[in-house]
Design a protein around this ligand. Structure first.
Ligand SMILES: Nc1nc2c(c(=O)[nH]1)N[C@H]1C(S)=C(S)[C@@H](COP(=O)(O)O)O[C@H]1N2
Ligand SMILES: [Mo]
Length: 355
């Protein structure tokens, strides 16, 4: 409980847009490794869908031996898997790109983490079988609407290559943090693709279709593609795995502090293996010290880290954090600039002044 003379104060989401709803997590005020439903970031392309969840079935069709329609009860009764997963929007930290890019100007909070429970997609596909010609699996969401570039109606749909779809950790989830998934996050069924940027984790899954070619929907072929060139599409490639990354949570950027001892805290995450180490620099990256990881580093989850900083001398300090993952990926000093502003993962940087 807070001081009895003080009303309780608590953080809120940071509003970027209301319809469709885009709000970011106040990441600097998230303690620990589970983000409650209330503070989970929200990213939508369309207004929320309307459908009757009491009459919900999940069809799997297309290039399968036995097309099937699963009821929610059937899905709940199959052996489940529970995984702690970071979901990070590929536009997280977009506002930090230089030169600037168009698109929602996300700060550092288009990311959240929690515990997802569901049935491995491969268990459902084991019931239908896959034809030899199967190449990709398409997930259609219930939500639809117009895109900025046309008046045509599109559904939010994306595909996965067969290998990723059959990964035992790719699940059709029905619970978040031990509760039914909140409606805004995909109730009753959401695809969860651990290790990939969150656009892959399709909410409100309506239908699963197996196809024999590359899916060309606009959320696959136009958006969520890295375009390294400003003027043309040469060198483009799809957004998939989360880049190794870290964020300093405390102190806040541009804080005025007195000399003393501070605990600098943050998180680090990767889509490749797990976080191997996090380092911190106070001299613009010339020398690095190792941070302490306060939780064990697990695949798909962020790790919390801290560093005890004793600072006596007045002045301005640049504080940099740099994560390395178990596959040897290291955060770069500069991000890979791309026209739509995806995958920002440069070394995190704040500035404080000791006075
Ligand atoms: N059906 C559907 N699924 C979706 C989206 C969407 O607009 N519709 N947005 C995607 C994107 S880009 C992100 S970052 C995450 C956001 O999930 P959240 O709103 O639960 O945080 O959902 C993904 N899945
Ligand atoms: Mo996203």
């Amino acid at each position: 409980m807070s001081n009895s003379h003080q009303p309780e104060v608590r953080p809120y989401l940071i509003t970027k847009k209301l319809v469709p709803e885009n709000q970011e997590t106040p990441i600097h005020f998230i303690n620990g490794d589970i983000v409650s439903n209330r503070l989970f970031f929200r990213r939508n392309h369309f207004p929320y869908p309307r459908f009757a969840s009491s009459f919900y079935f999940l069809p799997i069709e297309g290039l399968v031996h036995n097309p099937k329609v699963f009821s929610l009860q059937q899905i709940y009764s199959l052996p489940s898997k529970t995984i702690k997963v970071v979901l990070e929007c590929s536009g997280d930290k977009r506002e930090l790109f230089n030169p600037k890019v168009y698109g929602e100007q996300w700060g550092k909070g288009a990311i959240s983490q929690g515990i997802w429970k569901g049935v491995p997609l491969r268990s459902l596909l084991a019931h239908t079988g896959l034809l030899d010609t199967a190449k990709e699996i398409v997930f259609e969401g219930h939500d639809y609407g117009e895109r900025p570039d046309s008046s045509q109606l599109y559904r939010f749909s994306r595909s996965l290559p067969i290998e990723k779809a059959l990964d035992p950790d790719t699940i059709i989830a029905y619970e978040y943090n031990n509760q039914p998934i909140p409606f805004k996050h995909g109730f009753p069924l959401r695809l969860i693709v651990p290790g990939w940027y969150a656009m892959a984790s399709v909410k409100w899954v309506k239908k699963i279709i197996v196809i024999d070619k590359e899916f060309k929907g606009p959320f696959q072929a136009d958006d969520y593609v890295y375009y390294p060139n400003k003027e043309n599409d040469s060198g483009k490639f799809p957004v998939t795995t989360n880049n190794v990354n870290s964020t300093i949570k405390y102190p806040l950027n541009r804080k005025l502090l007195h000399s003393g001892v501070y605990e600098i805290t943050g998180i680090a995450w990767t889509g490749n293996g797990h976080i191997a180490k996090v380092e911190i620099s106070f001299d613009g990256g010339q020398t690095w010290a190792t941070c302490q990881l306060t939780s064990s580093s697990k695949k798909y989850a962020w790790v919390c880290w801290n560093y005890k900083w004793e600072v006596l001398k007045k002045g301005e300090y640049n504080i940099l954090s740099k994560a390395t993952d178990s596959k040897g990926n290291v955060q770069p000093l500069e991000p890979m600039w791309n026209r739509k502003g995806y995958g920002y993962n440069a070394i995190d940087r704040i500035k404080v002044k000791i006075e």
